[in-house]
Ligand binder design. Structure first.
Ligand code: SF4
Length: 408
């Protein structure tokens, strides 16, 4: 454990009725005929977008073949039968814009271009994690920015805007503010979102710190799209001990409540340690997520970087097998149709190869430098530089050693 045992012991249970901290506007899971009709509309949009992108029967056939290959690898031919309905929009993947969003077709064209290149435009990047501060009051066991936390800030509000402009010049569907704790820069984020929201969906990735009702309302009125709150145990005390600060569980579930109340697409992100990679734990955690009312839960595997550097924390195949079976159950089984959808990037990347390294996703650290992902601490050039495109290209060429490409 990275947090000192004495520090852990200093964190005591709080007298809080956590069950009372719930939103009156939980996300609604949609299935059956309603979901089928939404999917039908989606398929029509997919086909029409492919026709526009390729314009020839051979191009369309080629991309359909690649899509089928991908689907077979990831789902074994199963179809996701449930969707998340929020603010009049439907979502079956966290970072795919709803099919009624103007960003949906540029996103789709970017995805198709990665499978079979075309010349019809589209976004180059699907998701960018943009760190906007080094400041954070927490001391999480797994923090990948640990060595940079609470140092002197390098980037300011104008740098943030410049980075967003650079990203939008090549098309970035989702820009997720992270840190440090991005909620220490609520005003700056709101101003940037207000200015740039027409070309990207903006997300806040937060521990829950400072995610008050007022700040949630300000970000929502600025045009922010989604919120991902980190919760690392369904037990309040164990979460607080993992995060190194008493009261962080209360703050996290309060943030979830405010995010849902404001109509954000809301998810929980959780680091699943070896200790927690059991079916009993996963089921208990997913029950909590359902009771909170979120539409998605993201599972992240621990990596030996940052606060976990040099530590033996990687999940073993037996742990991954538990998570992978649970992923399939929570995605396809009738018994879990009302539970949130699960996002498990490592599963998909083991099947399809790395999504990051400038491919569809990239990470920008607290110095404004490009990195393949939050866990690969190799800098790949500055996003503030005029030649950031070459830096991205260099990352794509270098690729990823953790998840070698399985299928293009
Ligand atoms: S993981 Fe996030 S919340 Fe935790 S210490 Fe690091 S920056 Fe702060």
């Amino acid at each position: 454990m990275s947090v000192e045992p004495t520090a852990q012991k200093a964190i005591q249970p709080l007298d809080v009725d956590y069950d009372a901290i719930r939103s009156s506007s939980p996300h609604r899971m949609v299935h059956g005929t309603e979901a089928w009709l939404i999917r039908l509309r989606q398929q029509a949009i997919n086909v029409w977008t492919a026709v526009q992108a390729y314009r020839t029967p051979s191009g369309i056939r080629a991309v359909i073949a690649r899509l089928k290959e991908h689907r077979a690898l990831v789902t074994g031919g199963n179809r996701v039968k449930k969707l998340v309905r929020v603010a009049g929009r439907s979502h079956w993947r966290l970072f795919i814009p709803a099919n009624t969003s103007p960003l949906h077709v540029p996103f789709l064209k970017g995805e198709l271009n990665r499978l079979v290149p075309h010349n019809s435009g589209g976004h180059e990047l699907a998701v960018v994690f943009l760190s906007v501060t080094k400041k954070c009051p927490l001391k999480c066991e797994h923090c990948f920015e640990w060595d940079n936390l609470n140092q002197k800030e390098v980037i300011g509000p104008e740098d943030i805007n410049r980075m967003i402009e650079n990203l939008q010049s090549i098309g970035a569907t989702n820009i997720a503010f992270t840190g440090g704790e991005p909620m220490v820069r609520t005003r700056e984020m709101a101003e940037s979102i207000r200015r740039y929201k027409s070309k990207s969906q903006f997300w806040i990735l937060t521990s829950g710190f400072n995610f008050s009702a007022t700040n949630a309302a300000e970000l929502r009125s600025a045009g922010a799209h989604g919120v991902v709150v980190s919760i690392d145990h369904h037990d309040a005390l164990l979460h607080d001990q993992f995060r190194g600060v008493q009261g962080s569980f209360r703050d996290a579930i309060t943030a979830v409540k405010h995010a849902l109340d404001e109509g954000f697409l809301t998810a929980i992100s959780t680091c699943v340690t070896r200790e927690n990679a059991t079916r009993e734990y996963i089921d208990a955690f997913m029950e909590m997520a359902k009771s909170l009312g979120v539409g998605f839960v993201q599972w992240i595997e621990p990596k030996a970087v940052g606060h976990y550097a040099m530590k033996d924390v990687l999940l073993m195949p037996q742990h991954q097998a538990v998570l992978e079976q649970a992923l399939l159950d929570y995605t396809y089984a009738e018994a879990y149709k009302d539970h949130p959808l699960v996002v498990y990037h490592e599963y998909y990347q083991r099947k399809l190869g790395c999504f990051a390294a400038g491919n569809k996703m990239v990470y920008v650290d607290t110095d404004g430098d490009l990195m393949s992902c939050p866990f690969c601490h190799r800098k790949g050039g500055s996003l503030l530089s005029d030649d950031f495109r070459q830096s991205l290209e260099g990352m794509r060429t270098a690729g990823c050693t953790d998840f070698p490409s399985v299928i293009g």
